[in-house]
Design a protein around this ligand. Structure first.
Ligand code: FE2
Length: 264
């Protein structure tokens, strides 16, 4: 499968470059996605190795990482946005890209099913019920690999205290953008994932990203998130009160438990 992977990498590199633009803003967006694709692919491989998967399965994880956001490029070229709500589900677009590629037929039908399931569900709030353990395993790998890199991408924004530097679409929703809405505080204390669509403040946004930690599947990923200081950078900039402190305490306990989990 290494030969197939080499061809896939070559194709993807060319594909991403085909979206390069003279428009600075477009180019910035495409480059962010190109870097993200490389980082997530590397995360998938590292995580698969940590899980001691076979060479074949490690390569399958690499393919999933490489193509998970292939739809982002088509999405941006058609809709000029990376916002799924304003355009189309980018995971569904990634599957359309894959369906047009001849070399995916070189995978076994079973492996192709795994790849498609993992990519389709990499960005969903929860995984759908599925009795196929292999599909679930690879979906969990890409979800972790993706979140780990999104923390890297979002870090400068999440750590930011200065309201004036926030993007306009966040500022316009609240004049108190550093505060956390009461329902988000309640969810944080209860350890329940908040509803993305109800984000009203910059504080809410930070809470949503912190709550992702409850959806991290493997100790390897959690360790990386802690080592890179993403949690502290977000937590340090949260407005503090008793309830927020309680939510943080609960979160830290969960992080500790996940890190000390042993893979059998
Ligand atoms: Fe994605």
């Amino acid at each position: 499968m290494r030969d197939l992977l080499t061809r896939m990498h070559t194709w993807m590199a060319r594909y991403m470059k085909s979206f390069y633009s003279d428009d600075d803003e477009v180019q910035r967006g495409i480059l962010i996605k190109e870097t993200h694709t490389g980082c997530v692919t590397a995360n998938c491989v590292e995580l698969a190795k940590f899980l001691k998967l076979s060479t074949h399965d490690t390569q399958l994880a690499e393919i999933i990482g490489l193509f998970h956001d292939a739809g982002r490029f088509r999405q941006y070229s058609i809709y000029k946005t990376f916002n799924d709500a304003d355009s189309e589900d980018h995971a569904a677009l990634s599957l359309k890209v894959i369906d047009d590629l001849e070399f995916f037929t070189e995978l076994s039908a079973e492996d192709l099913d795994v790849v498609k399931f993992a990519i389709q569900n990499h960005n969903k709030k929860n995984l759908p019920p599925c009795s196929d353990e292999r599909k679930i395993l690879f979906a969990k790998i890409i979800r972790d690999a993706d979140k780990l890199d999104i923390y890297r991408v979002l870090e400068p924004f999440l750590a930011q205290k200065d309201v004036d530097k926030m993007p306009n679409f966040i500022k316009s929703k609240s004049r108190l953008s550093a505060d956390i809405s009461p329902d988000f505080v309640e969810n944080f204390v209860a350890g329940v994932q908040a509803d993305y669509t109800k984000i009203r403040t910059n504080g809410d946004r930070k809470i949503v990203r912190l709550m992702w930690l409850y959806d991290i599947n493997f100790s390897w990923t959690m360790k990386k998130i802690v080592e890179r200081g993403y949690i502290e950078k977000i937590v340090d900039n949260l407005p503090r009160d008793e309830k927020v402190a309680e939510g943080i305490k609960r979160l830290r306990k969960h992080v500790e438990e996940k890190i000390s989990e042993v893979i059998v």
